[in-house]
Design a protein around this ligand. Sequence first.
Ligand code: SAM
Length: 290
Amino acid sequence: MTGGSEWQGRVGRAWADEWRRTDRSFAALNPHLLGAIAAQPGTRLVDIGCGAGTLSIALAQARPDAQVTGIDISADLIAMASERVAQLGTPRVRFRHGDAGEWANPQGQDSGGLADLLVSRHGVMFFADPPRAFRHLAAQCAPGARLVFSCFRDRAANGWADLFDAVLPPAPAAAAPEGAFPAGPFAFADPDHARRCLAGWADITFTPVDFRYVAGAGDDPVADAIGFFTRIGPAAARLAALAGNDLHAAPDAMAEVLTPHCHDGVVSLPAAAWVVTAISDHADCANPLV
Ligand SMILES: C[S@@+](CC[C@H](N)C(=O)[O-])C[C@H]1O[C@@H](n2cnc3c(N)ncnc32)[C@H](O)[C@@H]1O
């Protein structure tokens, strides 16, 4: 379970430091997500859980008539996204730090006009109360606004997720409060559950995308992948709980697991995602177009 508090702390810091390698891991998914977004109308875009800003930047570059607002709960990631935009000089992108499920956009003041296209690359599976968050987001948008996001499918179809089960002991799991919504990378894997979470949205579609999740490349792809998994993903939490000899032995054990997945100078694992689309059916929009 990865919730907002973890993203605000250790996990968000690691993603800010590692944005180049996390971007690389999602690179083969991008054309599918960008293609689905390109098929939708909209000029006031909001990127939910924008992280280090890659999707926001790509969309501002692809849509010359669009204003893009990226929102993220991690201050470290918003700082990194802002730094990247300043360096690139990308126009029409702004970033906001906060919980997207609480985002206030009275009369469209925070999105340069009423938001009409919400997007996300894997940033929507961490809300404490998803139906409340999605209903609230719909209320911040223009009537008929579109939603396009990606999220992981079944854990079993994502070979990177349980890669180190046999060699690293499980991290101690924090007990979730009874009745809590599951939050984390696989929280929207089940379309029926995801549909129940998407309150305020209709015409929901799920398109499966299989892609290669690149974990290591360069001069020593296996060492690169060990460095990546030491910071990002389920192995990072397992390693953080290790000490002494177990911690010392971990890189060799990880290398043994990763080496069979290294081909043509790249360590890659199977990954499976949904690209989800929906249209706001929020009848009682808090921001009526006037
Ligand atoms: C898997 S990362 C994806 C980041 C980014 N979209 C990308 O593709 O690189 C999930 C992101 O969602 C953000 N996040 C989690 N809960 C959030 C919330 N309630 N509101 C806004 N952002 C949130 C995290 O801080 C993190 O940046």
